[in-house]
Design a binder for this molecule. Structure first.
Ligand SMILES: Nc1ncnc2c1ncn2[C@@H]1O[C@H](COP(=O)(O)OP(=O)(O)O)[C@@H](O)[C@H]1O
Ligand SMILES: O=P(O)(O)OC[C@H](O)CO
Length: 494
């Protein structure tokens, strides 16, 4: 075992930045968390201030060390995991972003995506990147910034600008501008990266008019990238998009293993090993991390609104005071009384990919009350995940024995039981829901010798609870058909 005692994970999520300190048994020794501002400059647009992201992330790092009394010299390494696709462009000389970051949820580039489809590039994009032409991914966001921020195109052509997803931005800040790097998992979400050759794709760069000089170097997810200067030098040794980090943290190292994360959105990933599986059911093919820390392929179902629906009920409708109150609220009624909520607030992601669908509530009667609506919101999270699981099982040609879950909203027992019921699949929840941070810690720990191998990692993880399906078959399928009918009403495309 290394003489160094801890690994620090930085988890930069959509709504908050977290720093979590793990010991050698992967126990959480300390946590610090800071929320940051969401900017909605127009309907459907979402931005973050990259400078605020860095400030909150840096503050959590300082706070977690201060409150645990751990010194930088006791850290074996830092692992970074991040909200994916969110796009930052900054000046390489001043380190200043040229604009707010465009967030993965932002729909402003839907028209650019329509153009790509009209140019007949959908199949080409799918074959090269594993993705679909949707505003979700970084490529069109980067294009928008270069085309719309005054002077950006000239600066880019002069080689003065750098692009990064949030991982790249944090490493750049932590190394004081010495390192401009990303990892394969984050690169695979840009719409610019070829997942067959594992290189930036010249055709896509040309199509979107992106100079290659903006792009970071791409490396494996478990690797020393450089030293962070945090009052002592600490190697940054792990880096992965948050969903791929969660897959690793859930020990899904091998082919056929699946996890579903319930955070702001819901993201179901299946490791397909060295086999690149193309979906026929609206899923993405993406890069993940294999047992040796190298590249593996994954199938992914991405749902834009998961726990964020609960935030909406809390912040915009005021139906609950705290997210966790949704559980008691849902349990206060025996059913939704025929109410369905389709959370297409930012369009619909997998498996529908309908950029213009709008949020919809159906089945309201005079008997409907806030309990029914809250229950329908939680059920919607699980229905969307069933859509993904059905698609994934069909694409992979297998039936899952159990679904591993994590993320903030996986704490909700009503949601987990309903998930088991509506998918007719056992749902398994680990003791630690922060599997995203754990995955990043594992990657950094493997690269620095803090942990030797995946067997050692598996010994650190324990399962606390399993939810077994109890809903009768006819009730389940009738309820799911009700959901499908509600989705059909929310959609703009057949
Ligand atoms: N007990 C709960 N029941 C339902 N939703 C919850 C609960 N606790 C948290 N959430 C939701 O989970 C999300 C936070 O999860 P988290 O994993 O921290 O997300 P992220 O990493 O995307 O910021 C929020 O959208 C919140 O509304
Ligand atoms: O911030 P999260 O955990 O909801 O994750 C966001 C995803 O990475 C977006 O693709």
């Amino acid at each position: 075992m290394s003489k160094l005692s801890y690994i620090l994970a930085l988890d930069q999520g959509t709504t908050s930045s977290r720093a979590i300190l793990f010991d050698h048994q992967a126990r959480v020794v300390g946590v610090a968390q800071r929320e940051f501002t969401q900017h909605y400059p127009q309907a459907g647009w979402v931005e973050h201030d990259a400078t605020e992201i860095w400030a909150t992330q840096r503050a959590t790092l300082t706070e977690v060390l201060a409150k645990t009394g751990v010194r930088p010299s006791q850290l074996a390494g830092i692992g970074i995991t991040n909200q994916r696709e969110t796009t930052v462009v900054w000046n390489r000389h001043t380190g200043q972003p040229i604009h707010n970051a465009i967030v993965w949820q932002c729909r402003r580039t839907a028209a650019i995506c329509e153009q790509l489809k009209q140019q007949g590039l959908t199949d080409e994009i799918k074959q090269r990147t594993g993705l679909v032409p949707d505003a979700y991914f970084s490529g069109t966001k980067l294009r928008w910034l270069l085309d719309n921020v005054p002077g950006a195109r000239e600066q880019a052509d002069a080689g003065d600008l750098l692009f990064g997803t949030i991982d790249t931005w944090l490493v750049w800040k932590l190394t004081e501008g010495r390192v401009h790097v990303t990892d394969y998992t984050n690169a695979s979400r840009t719409l610019l990266f070829n997942i067959n050759t594992l290189e930036w794709d010249p055709l896509l760069l040309e199509t979107l008019n992106i100079p290659a000089s903006l792009l970071p170097e791409v490396k494996p997810s478990s690797r020393v990238y450089g030293d962070a200067d945090i009052g002592g030098k600490v190697p940054i040794a792990g880096m992965a998009g948050d969903q791929q980090a969660a897959l690793f943290g859930q020990l899904c190292f091998n082919k056929g293993m699946v996890k579903n994360t319930y955070g702001t959105g819901c993201f179901m990933l299946m490791n397909t090993g060295q086999q690149k599986v193309e979906s026929n059911h609206g899923l993405l093919t993406t890069l993940a991390v294999g047992a040796d820390g190298g590249v593996s392929y994954a199938l992914e179902g991405s749902v834009f609104m998961g726990g964020a629906i609960i935030q909406w009920l809390r912040d915009e409708l005021g139906l609950i005071a705290h997210a966790k109150d949704s559980e008691a609220c849902a349990n206060a009624v025996a059913s939704t009384n025929g109410v369905y909520l389709v959370p297409a607030f930012t369009g619909l992601g997998a498996p529908y990919w309908d950029a213009y669908a709008k949020g919809t509530i159906t089945g309201l009667t005079r008997g409907a009350n806030r309990h029914h609506i809250v229950r329908a919101a939680l059920e919607a999270i699980a229905f969307q995940s069933r859509d993904l699981l059905d698609a994934m099982q069909q694409d992979a040609g297998l039936r899952l024995a159990a679904l591993k879950v994590d993320g903030g909203a996986a704490a909700n027992n009503f949601l987990m039981q309903f998930q088991a019921d509506i998918t007719h699949t056992r749902v398994v929840r680990p003791a630690l829901l922060e599997t995203t941070a754990l995955g990043a810690a594992f990657l950094a720990g493997l690269a620095t010798g803090f942990w030797q191998n995946t067997t050692q990692l598996a010994q650190c993880v324990s399962i606390v609870q399993a939810f077994t399906p109890t809903m009768p078959n006819d009730e389940r399928e009738a309820h799911y058909q009700g959901w499908q009918a509600a989705v059909a009403r929310a959609r703009t495309e057949p």
